[in-house]
Design a protein around this ligand. Structure first.
Ligand SMILES: [Zn+2]
Length: 256
């Protein structure tokens, strides 16, 4: 009798430990399982109890948002590797940054995927970041490619990553613009983010160079985005950022 009681207590202890230590995974919508089992999304370390080789499996990278006016190519479709770490935004964000990748451009799924994999490798193994830097990337094929997605903090705009989404055009847009299909893909992606509660309707949009000493997103693209409605909006929410010069419209090269 005493032995049965002790055994029950032991298993209750084990159950409690496992459930308790799995809560980090469960709260994020994942499931702890042995990592030799199939996971249709990706595994994240450190969110499950340390018993055996259990890891947190996420079936989808972010909310399964469907955007009607732009095609989003998933990470698995472009051959992304799992991130080494994840941290979460608090949507909706009211800041959007536009970048270019300063790489070759691409005009089909195969060539864009190849460039994305090399950017991801560079960001993870040379820069030492957890994943490809941007939230989404846009190709000259008019598709949007899922980077960190809507819900995760990126590494695209130092000082602003935890309060913004970063959209990058794949290519170098110093001299020429992305094609109209690419520009409208980015606009539709932002629109989709608003419709799904990831971006506030009164968001403010900037180019990377507005807050860092960089040529990104390229002179031609920068001139273009300055004509977009939400560019450099004078919304008072900007000024809580503290490092922007109030009273002027220009915030160029003011480093966080
Ligand atoms: Zn940039």
């Amino acid at each position: 009798m005493k032995l049965i009681l002790l055994q029950s207590l032991f298993w209750m202890f084990v159950f409690h430990r496992i459930m308790g230590e799995d809560s980090g995974c469960q709260l994020r919508g994942g499931k702890c399982q042995k990592d030799n089992l199939h996971c249709s999304g990706y595994y994240v370390n450190g969110l499950c109890s340390s018993y055996g080789s259990r890891r947190c499996c996420f079936n989808s990278r972010t909310d399964p948002i469907s955007c009607t006016e732009v095609k989003i190519v998933s990470r698995s479709d472009w051959g992304a590797v799992p991130p080494t770490n994840v941290s979460y935004l608090k949507p909706p964000v009211d800041l959007v940054f536009i970048h270019h990748t300063d790489t070759q451009s691409c005009s089909d799924l195969e060539s864009c995927s190849k460039i994305l994999r090399s950017i991801q490798y560079f960001h993870m193994h040379v820069r030492g970041w957890a994943d490809i830097a941007y939230s989404f990337l846009v190709g000259e094929d008019g598709n949007a490619y899922e980077g960190r997605g809507w819900d995760l903090i990126g590494s695209h705009t130092k000082g602003y990553n935890d309060r913004s989404l970063g959209f990058a055009f794949i290519g170098n847009y110093s001299i020429h613009l992305p094609p109209a299909t690419g520009l409208s893909a980015a606009m539709n992606l932002i629109k989709c983010g608003i419709e799904n509660g990831k971006i506030t309707p009164d968001y403010c949009m900037y180019g990377h160079r507005d807050v860092r000493d960089t040529s990104c997103p390229g002179e031609a693209l920068y001139r273009e985005i300055r004509t977009w409605t939400h560019y450099n909006c004078t919304d008072s929410t900007l000024f809580f950022m503290g490092n922007l010069r109030s009273g002027t419209r220009s915030i160029h090269f003011i480093k966080p």
